[in-house]
Design a protein around this ligand. Structure first.
Ligand code: GLN
Length: 192
């Protein structure tokens, strides 16, 4: 069976780090910028960066519609940080051009200035016993999630990594660590 193609949306943000992590796993990973390139993927990553900028560019290039179609086709899509914002149904007090696929309400830059960025070891049973080294950078927070959204990891009962069907969203950045477990999982979902 051919190996799955994982696209990394490369309009803005830390897409290179995602690509390197996937390449290290031997996954066929590609930067994608056009609707055609998105449509050719078995799975997709929306990276961290600036959700306002990525949202505008997605719309300008017609990539937003292509991502909705990929989702409707049942392909796995994972958003990290800004990517999680873009996937969410509602962004608190903001004019982000979000995709609205994930039944969640999310607030941007929501940990406040004192904790601009931090690292936390997270229990993540779905990925095995070892704690996951989660890096948060100007991270958003899920204010509320719908009943069909499963929390895969949480801090003080607040979800920071969620799954809804073929959608994954983390408010932190696995691509900035040396732990490839989430990337490997996405490739596995794309293969299924
Ligand atoms: N603060 C950014 C935003 O609101 C997200 C930060 C990140 O992706 N690291 O889009």
């Amino acid at each position: 069976m051919r190996s799955p193609v994982i696209g990394v949306l490369a309009l803005q943000g830390d897409f290179r780090e995602h690509l390197e992590m996937l390449a290290g796993l031997g996954v066929d990973a590609r930067n994608v910028r056009t609707p055609e390139q998105v449509a050719a993927c078995d799975g997709l990553i929306l990276p961290g960066g600036e959700s306002t900028t990525i949202g505008k560019l997605m719309r300008r290039y017609g990539v937003d519609q292509a991502i909705r179609e990929l989702h409707a086709a049942g392909r796995p899509i994972w958003g990290t940080c800004a990517g999680a914002i873009l996937l969410s149904r509602e962004v608190v007090e903001n004019d982000v051009h979000n995709l609205g696929l994930l039944d969640a309400r999310i607030a941007r830059n929501a940990y406040g200035r004192q904790t601009d960025s931090f690292e936390r070891g997270l229990a993540m049973a779905a990925l095995g016993a070892a704690e996951f080294p989660a890096v948060f950078i100007r991270a958003p927070r899920f204010v509320s999630v719908g009943p069909g959204v499963e929390a895969l990891a949480a801090i003080d009962d607040e979800p920071v990594f969620v799954r809804q069907g073929n959608l994954l969203a983390s408010t932190f950045h696995p691509e900035l660590t040396s732990d490839p477990r989430v990337h490997a999982w996405l490739a596995e979902l794309a293969r299924a």
